[in-house]
Design a binder for this molecule. Structure first.
Ligand code: SF4
Ligand code: F3S
Ligand code: FES
Length: 235
């Protein structure tokens, strides 16, 4: 089949603003959008710039706005987007500075991630063996462990678009993962960060984040749990 891939292009060294460029690409219905972008880069225009690594939905590096919705280019199939002769539009994710074409500056996203201390905190003397945890306690924070930090959620949140200082759903999911870990002792510090005016109270339950997540994490639900933890200052 043949489809048109309409890609947003931007080269800060010569363009005043982004423009669109269309490529007619031969493909199979089961190809992924990443295959199409690779075809364009390898055979049609080597200057096309985008980020990717694993190509299997694991590393989280190829989040893009595809046909108006945040998705991983390596997960979404052509047949799920269009038919023979149709068009697929590809733009950079929103709310982060575009460095070139589909490549955005992820630093503000990772600054917010670091701000919630996404690591295990427990200064108690290390036990002789493992820090044991019940199956039930492990299940409480299971959803957050599926996050691959792709930023599909944060960059689909309207609050983040207007206020880039909002920590965003991805960071709150990461905070949830540790706040609700029965072995962790760092909740007080995290809840303080999340109670600031850049924290959880910015969320207006728009649900865009939940709909955008390629790992089907119930993000809004987790945010609501974190809000309750912040409100009562305990888990
Ligand atoms: Fe991506 Fe989902 Fe993690 Fe957000 S919560 S960064 S959408 S995997
Ligand atoms: Fe934004 Fe998700 Fe809340 S889209 S407003 S973080 S529910
Ligand atoms: Fe790794 Fe798509 S390239 S998630």
């Amino acid at each position: 089949m043949k489809v048109t891939v309409k890609v947003q292009r931007y080269n800060p060294e010569k363009d005043k603003k982004p423009t669109w460029q269309s490529f007619a690409v031969e493909c199979e219905p089961g190809d992924r959008v990443l295959d199409l972008l690779n075809h364009i880069k390898w055979y049609m225009d080597s200057t096309l710039t985008y980020r990717r690594s694993c190509a299997h939905g694991i590393c989280g590096s190829d989040a893009m706005l595809i046909n108006g919705r945040n998705r991983l280019a390596c997960k979404i199939l052509v047949k799920d987007l269009t038919k023979e002769g149709g068009t697929i539009t590809v733009e950079p994710i929103r709310g982060l500075k575009v460095e070139r074409d589909l490549l955005v500056d992820m630093e503000p996203f990772f600054d917010a991630y670091r701000a919630v201390m996404p690591f295990f905190i427990n200064d108690d003397p290390a036990p002789a063996g493992e820090r044991l945890q019940s199956v039930e306690d492990r299940a409480i924070f299971d959803e957050g462990t599926k996050c691959i930090l792709c930023a599909c959620c944060t960059t689909s949140c309207p609050i983040f678009w207007v206020n880039g200082r909002y920590l965003g759903p991805a960071s709150i999911v990461q905070a949830h993962r540790f706040i609700f870990d029965s072995r962790d002792k760092g909740s007080d510090q995290r809840l303080k960060v999340l109670n600031q005016n850049t924290g959880v109270w910015r969320c207006r339950t728009a649900y865009n984040c939940t709909e955008a997540c390629p790992r089907d994490i119930p993000i809004t639900e987790l945010i609501e749990e974190v809000k309750r933890a912040v409100l009562y200052q305990k888990v």
